[in-house]
Ligand binder design. Sequence first.
Ligand code: FAD
Ligand code: UDP
Length: 366
Amino acid sequence: MYDYLIVGAGLFGSVCAYELNKRGKKCLVIDKRNHIGGNIYTENIEGINVHKYGAHIFHTHDRDIWNYINQFSEFNNYINQPVARYKNEIYNLPFNMNTFTKLWDDVFTPSQALKRIEEEKSIYHIENPSNLEEQAINLVGKTIYEKLIKGYTQKQWGKPCKELPAFIIKRLPVRFTFDNNYFNDRYQGIPIGGYTKIIQKMLNGIEVKLNCDFFKYKEKLLKECKKIIYTGPIDQYYDYIYGNLEYRSVRFESEILDIPNYQGNAVVNYTDYEVPYTRIIEHKHFEFDSTSPKTIISKEYSSKWKLGDEPYYPLNDERNNSLYQKYKELALKEKNVIFGGRLGQYKYYDMDDVISSALSILKEID
Ligand code: FAD
Ligand code: UDP
């Protein structure tokens, strides 16, 4: 008999397993995939740690979370500084003085950049922006919107910016300094040796069953376990009785190339609509010590999701948020099941949010 069945060997499930095991609880961790780690899984190919489910950069403002993850791995000092390619032009991201001075020949100082953006904004300014296009133009003006936002966003979300909610763009920093750091967080890096090693350490000494789908073995598993921590999709747990939650999916096309350096940066965003992928990741540039004569790149194609596809980004619009609330009400009535992680709580969680949410749920259990 197990104290806990943990469905999902991703970051949320693994933090729970590690903490419960430390408290002397007997846990069984299952995952329907053939590997641990969920979406942060990295696989070493040709001496390069490949981020199989998309680029993962650990960043947090919270010192406790940073110390927590550092127990399991040393981190390098990688700082995310993506580059945007618009047709045959290259710009720095996020929007900062490097971007502005390259966009406009007569802009050299922060006040000139500010003035230029203000001029562009004032032509189209809308008092209460009701969609992403209006919000973006209010934020950075028409030129940046047209070159760096419009095409990328439409590819990413499969809809024109006019039909998207304004909040999506609020995450992107706009800076009047020469600072290409994509994140404002104090702590940032990539674990040396990859993310899978972190999960291996968390699950050390705990029983793990891979290729094991909860719904296939539910009857048997429920007899063997007192409580469940479930990190799969919440609507699936309830057999989609109210209908299914929607996601945006991503398809990765990876290639091993016989050259040491393809694009000179870990992340290059392709911001014009005509290029079908949103970005190219070159995995070796997340690390600084790769001596491989080869390189591995992944093209990311954002795609429409249908039931059965891999769910990536929750579509937190009105329909889906209210549907989630209905499932959440059912979940709150459960005595022996805890729903966690990005699928269990239908929330776009970064890794630091996942750790913090798992640790606070464990506190409640205590
Ligand atoms: P998951 O990793 O999805 O784990 C859930 C696990 O449950 C999966 O392994 C799944 O196979 C398993 N499972 C589901 N159903 C069943 C079932 N029926 N039976 C058995 N097992 C089941 N965060 C950052 O902090 N920085 C980044 O740079 C970053 N980049 C990202 C890029 C992309 C493209 C995406 C999609 C996400 C990114 N994230 C990033 C977010 C990060 O991936 C998540 O915060 C984290 O992986 C969530 O962990 P989780 O355990 O909740 O979910
Ligand atoms: N975005 C953009 N151009 C870029 C990068 C991002 O227009 O080059 C927009 C896009 O709408 C995206 C949002 O900013 O959905 C948030 O970007 P972020 O990189 O934070 O998204 P992630 O893919 O990491 O969730």
